[in-house]
Design a protein around this ligand. Structure first.
Ligand SMILES: [Zn+2]
Length: 206
């Protein structure tokens, strides 16, 4: 075990997993919020989750979610959806389709975990009309997962170091689609060197 790993283990022994859900839910104000606010709250919750769990590495260890009391994560073969969260036997059960690649399973677990966080606050976070709320919830859960896996500051720093998407996807352990969406969201889509030279040439011509 390296010194860094040792330090990580020590810091994780200080984590109070009992209060994680309560702390994340407490970020929701006591009023109805707009869709934009819901997205913003999701990002705040993602950053806070990393803080609570003392995660500073680019790759987020998704298995830590299972240490939260009353949350269990189970890969299920031939699940007809990519993931589902439901309450049963006094536990939030998150089932994830086992056939998905690991990067998808990591994303889907955090997506479902956001549904668990939201459960007591659905009326405040989402439009009351069921056909609107369902789409909103999915978008916001995707945003939460993307923010946990690719925090803005860390992805911004990493994208200054390399424009290579394989390297970036590897650092954050996400797939290329997830990375592309997050880079677009943050307006960080790297300019490839060959595009950069075209841009410079165009600037010279004009
Ligand atoms: Zn969902």
């Amino acid at each position: 075990m390296t010194i860094q790993q040792n330090t990580d283990v020590q810091r994780r022994s200080d984590i109070n997993f009992d209060t994680v859900l309560h702390t994340l839910r407490a970020l929701v104000p006591d009023r109805h919020v707009s869709h934009l606010e819901s997205l913003h709250i999701a990002e705040q919750q993602a950053d806070l989750l990393r803080d609570i769990l003392h995660i500073t590495t680019d790759t987020f260890p998704v298995d830590l979610i299972e240490k939260i009391p009353f949350v269990s994560i189970t890969p299920v073969h031939e699940l007809p959806v990519s993931g589902i969260a439901f309450w049963g036997d006094h536990t939030w059960k998150i089932h994830i389709r086992a056939e998905e690649p690991l990067s998808r399973r990591r994303f889907n677990t955090l997506h479902e975990f956001k549904h668990v966080i939201d459960h007591p606050n659905l009326g405040r976070l989402y439009d009351g009309r069921p056909h609107v709320a369902a789409g909103e919830r999915e978008l916001v859960a995707d945003h939460f997962a993307a923010c946990v896996l690719m925090p803005a500051d860390q992805l911004r720093r990493a994208s200054l170091e390399t424009v290579d998407r394989c390297t970036l996807a590897g650092r954050f352990h996400v797939d290329h689609t997830q990375l592309g969406h997050r880079l677009d969201d943050l307006d960080l889509t790297p300019i490839a060197p060959e595009q950069l030279s075209i841009y410079v040439t165009e600037r010279r011509i004009t």
